[in-house]
Ligand binder design. Structure first.
Ligand code: AMP
Length: 170
């Protein structure tokens, strides 16, 4: 299943905090800024589906992970290409017919739209995973990857560097 949440500054009225766009200063940008840039598109699957269906969905959308969600769009797990590689190593091709909950990671670490990008990056690094569902009021509203986070941090650091150079050159 695929659905989308609009995170453009004009529409998103969710959790409080600073607005979207370029954020300087020590607190850095927020996750919702990333979602505003890339769109709040989320690919999900339910526990009733098979690993083969997970593989087909990952391939067709060219993505690395799916959120396993219930009917109310609450995240109950996450399944990434890593889980499939590990599962194939253990069970071979029999894995393909198994249900997604046999390989998913239950209770994934999630973040709020207002979470700071550098904090999310730290959580991904500490937890050694590359995806994080974004949740508001317990429901999915986005998905970000380590690529999104690194891109955003680079832009922030470039901006801070330019500001510093402008300050130093008067
Ligand atoms: P990834 O690096 O995202 O491909 O995931 C590596 C491993 O971490 C896999 O076992 C995933 O199921 C798991 N994983 C991915 N994202 C999360 C997350 N946000 N919280 C907990 N586990 C995760």
């Amino acid at each position: 299943m695929k659905f989308s949440v609009d995170f453009s500054a004009a529409v998103y009225q969710g959790d409080s905090g600073s607005g979207s766009g370029q954020s300087g200063g020590t607190s850095g940008g927020a996750v919702k800024d990333i979602l505003a840039d890339k769109g709040g598109e989320i690919h999900t699957i339910t526990t009733g589906h098979t690993v083969q269906e997970v593989i087909d969905t990952l391939n067709s959308f060219k993505i690395g992970a799916l959120v396993v969600a219930d009917d109310d769009k609450r995240p109950i797990g996450i399944v990434s290409e890593r889980d499939i590689v590990v599962g194939i190593g253990q069970k071979g091709k029999e894995l393909f017919a198994e249900k997604v909950d046999t390989i998913m990671t239950a209770n994934p670490v999630c973040c709020a739209p207002d979470a700071r990008v550098h904090e999310v990056m730290q959580k991904m690094t500490d937890g050694r995973f590359r995806h994080m569902p974004v949740v508001s009021d317990g429901k999915l509203c986005g998905m970000i990857s380590i690529g999104d986070v690194v891109r955003k941090r680079l832009l922030e650091l470039e901006y801070e560097n330019e500001q510093m150079m402008a300050y130093m050159s008067g």
